[in-house]
Design a protein around this ligand. Sequence first.
Ligand code: CA
Length: 222
Amino acid sequence: MVLVEDEADLTEMVDAYLSREGFRVLTAGDARSGTAVLREHGADLLVLDLGLPDCNGLDFLRGVRAGKHLPVIILTGWSSERDRVVGLELGADDYMIKPFSLAELAARIRAVLRRSTPAVADPVLRHGPLCVDTASREVTVDGAPMHLTPLEYELLAFLAAAPRQVFSAGQLLPAMRGFEPGRGDVTSVIEHVYRLRRKLIAAGARRPRIVTVRGAGYRLDP
Ligand code: CA
């Protein structure tokens, strides 16, 4: 995490405490070096003092927010309620009012990191009797393995990841190209979808089924 704060004593205290708590802390005393540290090292979280010597912290936050997602906790004084509100509106995840307890800051950091870390996606896509294990690349219908070609598997995994969403053959092409770069065209997508649909029916899966949406493409109906 990166701490941008111009008060040297506070920086030192926060750094020492959070490092002891197991965080890797990089510090910067103003907006300019904060930007440089973020650009150079990246961060999983930013703790930002809104009262910086070279720049309004809110402008700094605006700049950070314009880039990729980065969880932010802002530090403000009691008197800066307006800044806190604007900070939260700008997308800060939480705020601490100075003076604050270091233990509380650590707890807030952990909470924000927990919220911002996406839950690990289940590698198994399940739709009725159909199970697509995207980790092992095994497909079963009612527990019985389905034998798919690699391309059929790619198409099924793609469709099963977004049920009820219609994809044109052109949109499905990357799923196949992902497997065999540079190969395949729209006609072969249509052929593979057709074969995949037949295999699903032959495996006894009444549901889910691959539905053709006239003029639009295909979708997997669970
Ligand atoms: Ca300050």
